[in-house]
Design a protein around this ligand. Structure first.
Ligand SMILES: Nc1ncnc2c1ncn2[C@@H]1O[C@H](COP(=O)(O)OP(=O)(O)O)[C@@H](O)[C@H]1O
Ligand SMILES: [Mg+2]
Length: 241
């Protein structure tokens, strides 16, 4: 088991946002967590990667294990630099006043003289030819879809083995969205394990192997993507009938 979230209870102040959440991701899988706005998707990702306060949700009980070891007390930079986990956050958080290349370069800071950095630049540029074309442009000039590609590229530049994406489809036109998801599928075929958080259940269930449905801080359904897509309740609530 690569990632295992066990009976996780999380609070913001006195308000409980996750009420005993359990799910897992095996190496090599694409797993999706789908749910409506406010269900607790971002909270789940932030609990795993732990952003600094004040955004930080507080884990009250339960455990988060990565490769069998609890990571509840592991520093976020260790998760990235040593455990090779990466987060593509909601809203992307790229540096708009830096160029595409500078954004990618920044993500390699902890790798020092790693000789594969050059190869990884080429890999990102071949996965996302638009990034190669816009290499020297300031990132704020990119479209939403291009910014999403850059955010994924930046995660890849950290040499990640496991990537968590918070609503990558958000704000993207359908063609670009499919482009991004096809690239994720290809990365998965090359060995990257993916946890995909999505409000767009339709696209998530087309690309993931398995999924969980999150509703107000609880898992209310789980199964293979085919099982979930065929589930009458899931259809009604998340797939438009
Ligand atoms: N920083 C925060 N402080 C207090 N409550 C929060 C904070 N972030 C999220 N919440 C609450 O936690 C719940 C889950 O939110 P969130 O994880 O952002 O949902 P989702 O990503 O699925 O839309 C919501 O009720 C939301 O209002
Ligand atoms: Mg969210």
């Amino acid at each position: 088991m690569l990632l295992s979230v066990e009976n996780l209870v999380v609070k913001y102040g006195n308000i409980e946002a996750l009420h005993g959440l359990s799910f897992h991701v095996e190496k090599g899988e694409i797993v999706t967590l789908i749910g409506a706005n406010g269900a607790g998707k971002t909270t789940t990702l932030h609990s795993v990667m732990r952003l600094p306060p004040p955004e930080a949700p507080r884990v009250v009980s339960g455990d988060i294990r990565y490769q069998g070891e609890s990571i509840l007390k592991t520093q976020p930079h260790v998760l990235v630099d040593q455990l090779h986990m990466a987060l593509v956050p909601e809203g992307r958080h790229i540096f708009g006043n830096l160029t595409v290349e500078e954004n990618l370069q920044l993500a390699t800071y902890a790798r020092k003289n790693d000789s594969r950095i050059k190869h990884d630049f080429e890999r990102v540029y071949s996965l996302f030819p638009r990034m190669a074309e816009r290499r020297l442009q300031r990132s704020e000039q990119l479209s939403g879809g291009e910014q999403q590609m850059l955010a994924i590229g930046r995660a890849l530049m950290t040499d990640c083995e496991f990537i968590m994406l918070d609503e990558p489809s958000m704000g993207l036109a359908p063609l670009l969205m499919y482009d991004v998801f096809r690239t994720l599928k290809r990365l998965n075929a090359e060995g990257l394990t993916i946890l995909l958080i999505e409000q767009n259940a339709n696209i998530a269930l087309q690309f993931a192997h398995r999924g969980y449905v999150l509703d107000t801080g609880e898992i209310v359904a789980k199964g293979t993507s085919a099982e979930l897509a065929a589930d009458p309740e899931v259809k009604k609530a998340y797939l438009g009938g």
